[in-house]
Design a protein around this ligand. Structure first.
Ligand SMILES: Nc1ncnc2c1ncn2[C@@H]1O[C@H](COP(=O)(O)OP(=O)(O)O)[C@@H](O)[C@H]1O
Ligand SMILES: [Mg+2]
Length: 324
C-alpha cells in the first residue's frame, strides 16, 4: 500500500475550547488508485490531508493519535528535514486557490524551474527547458511564449494547470488534490479534472481527491471515503456507492446532487447543520440530522462495519439503508 492513514486524530486549541477536527480516520491509497474524500465543509477532509503532507498548522493544531504510513515509513516519526524531502518528490499537494499558492512576483517558468534547480540541482537553462516541457504536458497553449509570464496573466483554469504541473514536476508517488476545481467555472472544471485524471493514470500515481461535490468524482475515482465530523462514515468502490449508499449521510449527499432529469424540482438538502466540533453529538455524530435515527444512535458510536469486500459503513442500520 502506498499510503495508510490509521486512526488519525487531530485537534485544534481555540479560544473557545478544543475543536476535535479528526477523530480516528483510517484510509489507504494504492499506487495508481484514486480515492475521493467527500463530505460537507468542516468535516476534516483538509486537516487530514494537511497532516499527511506535514503542513498542519501546529499550533493551534495537534496530532493526538494515529499513524501515517507512506511507502512503509511512519511519517509522524520522521524529523522535519526528512519530512521536507518527502514533500515534492514523494508526495505533492494541489490546492483550490492557485493564485494564493503561486508566488505573484515570480514568473511561472521560474517557479516551475525551481522545482528542478532546487530539488534536482539542474542548471537554469535546463530547468527552464523543463518548465516549458511541463507547461506543454499540462496543455498550456504557447508554453514557450508564456513561460516568462506571471500567475495573474493566466486564467483561473490555466493557473490550476500550472499548479498541477508544479505538483507533478518531481513525479511524486502520491498527489493530494484539495478541491482542485472548486474555484473554476463548470466547463473548465471538467477539463482540469480530466487532465488530472489523465496524468495520474499515465504516471501511475496515487491520488487523493478531496471534494464536497459528488458529481465530479463518478468518472475519476476508484473508491470514495465519506467523512462526517472527523470520521469516515462510509467507504466503498465508487460505482457501488452510486447504486445504493450504506449510510444515510451518503444518501443525503447523493440526493442533493442536481440532476438534469429533475430540472425544476426543488433540490433535496440534508436538514440541519454540521456539528460543532467542540461539542460533537453523542453516539453517531450524524444522529440529530438523520432521518433513520433510533435510540441506539444517540448513545452508541457505530463501528465501521464491513458491508462487503472493500466496503464499510459506520451506521447501526446500514442494512436497512442499503435496502431502502
Ligand atoms: N488552522 C485552524 N485553526 C483552528 N481550527 C481549525 C484550523 N483548521 C481547521 N480547523 C478546524 O477543523 C475543522 C475541519 O476543517 P477542514 O479539515 O478544513 O474541513 P474540510 O472538510 O472543509 O476540509 C474546521 O471546521 C475547524 O473547526
Ligand atoms: Mg477543506
Amino acid at each position: 500500500m502506498l499510503l495508510e492513514v490509521r486512526d488519525l486524530q487531530v485537534e485544534f486549541k481555540t479560544r473557545d475550547g478544543i475543536a476535535k477536527a479528526v477523530n480516528g480516520v483510517t484510509y489507504s491509497v494504492a499506487a495508481g488508485e484514486t480515492l475521493a474524500v467527500l463530505g460537507e465543509s468542516g468535516s476534516g477532509k483538509s486537516v487530514t490531508a494537511q497532516a499527511v503532507m506535514g503542513i498542519l498548522d501546529m499550533p493551534p493544531g495537534r496530532i493526538t493519535g494515529g499513524e501515517i504510513v507512506f511507502q512503509g515509513q511512519d511519517l509522524l516519526k520522521l524529523k522535519e528535514d526528512e519530512r521536507r524531502k518527502i514533500r515534492g518528490s514523494g508526495m505533492a499537494m494541489i490546492f483550490q486557490d492557485a493564485l494564493s499558492s503561486l508566488n505573484p512576483v515570480l514568473s511561472v517558468g521560474a517557479q516551475l524551474g525551481e522545482m528542478y534547480s532546487v530539488h534536482r540541482g539542474m542548471s537554469r537553462a535546463d530547468a527552464k527547458a523543463k518548465a516549458v516541457e511541463l507547461m506543454d504536458r499540462v496543455r498550456i497553449p504557447a508554453a514557450k511564449e508564456r513561460v516568462g509570464q506571471y500567475p495573474h496573466q493566466f486564467s483561473g483554469g490555466m493557473r490550476q494547470r500550472i499548479m498541477i504541473a508544479m505538483a507533478m514536476a518531481l513525479e511524486p508517488a502520491l498527489i493530494i488534490a484539495d478541491e482542485p476545481t472548486t474555484a473554476l467555472d463548470v466547463t473548465v472544471q471538467a477539463q482540469v479534472m480530466d487532465l488530472l485524471a489523465e496524468l495520474q493514470r499515465e504516471m501511475n500515481m496515487g491520488l487523493i481527491l478531496i471534494t464536497h461535490d459528488l458529481g465530479v468524482v463518478a468518472d475519476v475515482a476508484d473508491r470514495i471515503a465519506v467523512m462526517y465530523a472527523g470520521r469516515i462514515v462510509e467507504e466503498a468502490p465508487v460505482h457501488e456507492i452510486y447504486k445504493a449508499p450504506a449510510h444515510p449521510y451518503t444518501r443525503g449527499l447523493l440526493d442533493s446532487i442536481p440532476r438534469l432529469d429533475q430540472k425544476g424540482q426543488e433540490l433535496y438538502a440534508i436538514k440541519g447543520l454540521p456539528p460543532n466540533l467542540m461539542h460533537i453529538p453523542s453516539g453517531c455524530a450524524f444522529h440529530p440530522r438523520c432521518p433513520m435515527a433510533q435510540d441506539v444512535c444517540r448513545t452508541d458510536i457505530p463501528p465501521l462495519a464491513n458491508v462487503s469486500e472493500g466496503r464499510r459503513s459506520a451506521c447501526h442500520f446500514w442494512k436497512e439503508c442499503l435496502n431502502g
